[in-house]
Design a protein around this ligand. Structure first.
Ligand SMILES: [Zn+2]
Ligand SMILES: [Zn+2]
Ligand SMILES: [Zn+2]
Length: 168
């Protein structure tokens, strides 16, 4: 498929539902919610937009602060419930290792994919390839292990911060 990706990303697991910018992403999530009969409340939409517009993974407390700036007092549980809704429906990902949230480039898909996280600038890349995850699950099941959750997060340095030369 011919849509472009960040340097180093060669393939895309769901090119048909790939979105690039914040506006397209928000529109796509809104469309999916309409199709599936999900309620994208104003608050959920606001949380989603803040995540979409951030260029780095966002932590829950930072979200709360921004919400308070925009709309006044907000009870933390409402924000956590909004995050749960967005996670459950595959619209965002939680990066467990840094306890932060990022938007998903494929809001139509529920998927589990690896992430590359730059430890210096926190730039994050969703590695759009489910093969790694599939292999991991196969290996686990071969050992009689039934995985319930999986997060694959690779820490290192991105190309901008002096990582390995990226093939361009
Ligand atoms: Zn893609
Ligand atoms: Zn994703
Ligand atoms: Zn970096």
């Amino acid at each position: 498929m011919s849509h472009s990706h960040a340097p180093g990303q060669q393939s895309c697991s769901h090119p048909e539902s790939h979105v690039h910018d914040a506006a397209a992403y928000l529109a796509e999530v809104a469309a999916v919610c309409r199709e599936r009969g999900l309620r994208l409340t104003h608050l959920r939409e606001q949380v989603l937009r803040l995540i979409a517009e951030a260029d780095k993974p966002v932590k829950a407390y930072a979200l709360l602060e921004q919400m308070r700036d925009e709309r006044g007092p907000v009870a933390p549980p409402t924000v956590y419930r909004a995050l749960d809704f967005l996670l459950e429906n595959g619209f965002i990902h939680k990066l467990e290792s840094i306890n932060a949230f990022v938007g998903c480039h494929h809001p139509r898909q529920q998927h589990s994919v690896p992430f590359l996280i730059c430890k210096r600038c926190l730039a994050t890349v969703e590695l759009e390839d489910e093969a790694v995850t599939r292999l991991l699950l196969q290996q686990a099941r071969a050992l009689g292990f039934e995985p319930h959750a999986q997060t694959l997060e690779v820490h290192g340095l991105c190309a901008n911060c002096g990582g390995a030369d990226a093939a361009r």
